[in-house]
Ligand binder design. Structure first.
Ligand code: CTP
Length: 384
């Protein structure tokens, strides 16, 4: 269980902090809160205390212990410090090395990599060069900054400065706490969901893939600090807003977008269910029933086989088989010339829970596992 210290400074979006704390508590985090005096004009101490289940800290010299000063005790307790909202003033203090209230004092003793700022303010303040240079300075020193959203602001201006959705803040905390070195300097492309091929203007060939497996893998990669892009077809599970994502319709589009996005060291995880066939002369308008009798299926492009291999570190494929047919999965591993194949049973389509086998080309040891797709996503990342 992780300990999250939340610092609230005096901005209108402080009213959103109780909802964020609820989300964190639900996710089993321990939360303690420090407020500045101005923050208490926007959110009450009582609300924060009841929701976090802990007393709120705000005075520097309240109940000072002779053995351990309060700010050092709080820094020792916290796995990370999130300042939300981080106001123009608080950001200026941190960048200038000023520690004249409990929050800035605690921040001064915190490891910069464990410090997260969620700035929120009026658009003119956000665009002010002083603020931008302060943020750049902090960023260079390892502080994590969550970009604000654009939109309608509390001051009735429209522009950048809104606190982003709490789901994004929640995901950033997870990322800061779970980042692992082994995921650095590698770019991950994960495909998910089912592709679609036109029969005519209204009909399509598709499949029942929910996208859940690929989305889980992309989420776990994001939490581990990886640079991840999810390229997806139709999905029935929502794509988290914090993930970089591109929608593609057909197999050909999927191949084009994958090849365009390959970086220097790329690992590709192909969890998408790709239509094996398409229609030779897909109708530009709607076909009549009798015309449909004459449509001709032709084999679709094999995406994996056509990925440009120059800068690829690894390709991981999935083999969806009736009755966990291992022989067929091994045949696909060789035929598609990939490094690892994850064998799963057809019953896993759309389900939350599934059974897999991880089969590698250069290792005869096969890993068998049964569990939720979230558990499987973590296991797959440990084995590639
Ligand atoms: N795949 C692909 N292009 C296709 C079909 C599949 O890149 N046209 C990828 C899938 O994303 C998956 C792997 O190949 O990672 C295996 O997919 P699967 O459907 O099991 O294999 P197929 O080659 O389609 O074989 P079959 O349908 O005969 O089982």
């Amino acid at each position: 269980m992780n300990n999250i210290l939340i610092g609230v400074s005096g901005g209108i979006s402080a009213y959103k902090v109780p909802s964020l704390i609820r989300l964190l508590i639900k996710d089993d985090y321990n939360v303690k809160v420090i407020v500045t005096e101005d923050a208490l004009k926007f959110v009450t101490k009582e609300t924060l205390e009841i929701i976090s289940g802990n007393r709120v800290y705000f005075k520097m010299f309240d109940n000072v212990s002779v053995t351990s000063p309060k700010h050092i005790e709080l820094v020792g307790w916290a796995d990370c410090l999130l300042i939300v909202p981080a106001t123009y003033n608080t950001i200026g203090k941190l960048a200038g090395g000023i520690a004249n209230n409990l929050l800035s004092l605690v921040a001064s003793a915190m490891d910069n990599n464990k410090l997260i700022l969620a700035p929120s303010m009026n658009v003119n303040m956000w665009e002010n060069k002083i603020l931008q240079s302060n943020l750049n300075k902090l960023k260079k020193m390892g502080v994590n900054i969550i970009e604000p959203d654009s939109g309608f602001l509390a001051c009735k201006d429209t522009g950048k400065g809104r606190l982003p959705d709490i789901e994004i803040i929640h995901a950033t905390i997870k990322r800061v706490l779970n980042t692992e070195k082994r995921f650095e300097n590698i770019q991950y492309i994960v495909t998910a969901g089912g592709t679609e091929e036109d029969i005519d203007k209204v009909r399509v060939i598709s499949n029942r893939s929910s996208g859940r497996m690929g989305i889980e893998i992309a989420k776990q990669l994001y939490f581990k600090g990886a640079d991840v892009l999810i390229i997806h077809g139709n999905v029935s599970v929502g794509i988290p807003i914090y993930l970089k994502s591109v929608y593609v319709k057909s197999a050909e589009m999927m191949l084009e977008v994958i090849n365009k996005n390959i970086g220097n060291n790329t690992i590709i995880i192909m969890a998408a269910a790709i239509s094996d066939f398409k229609i030779k002369n897909a109708g530009k308008e709607k076909y009549h029933k009798k015309e449909l009798r004459h449509i001709e299926f032709i084999e679709n492009i094999d995406v994996i086989k056509n990925i440009k291999r120059d800068n690829i570190l690894k390709i991981v494929g999935f083999a969806l088989e009736n009755g966990m047919d291992r022989k067929s999965a091994i045949e696909k591993l060789k035929r598609k010339n990939i490094d690892t194949i994850i064998l799963n049973d057809v019953s896993s389509i759309g389900s939350e829970h599934t059974k897999i086998e991880i089969i590698k080309r250069k290792d005869n040891n096969i890993i068998e596992f049964e569990g939720t797709k979230q558990e499987i996503a973590k296991l797959i990342l440990d084995h590639i």
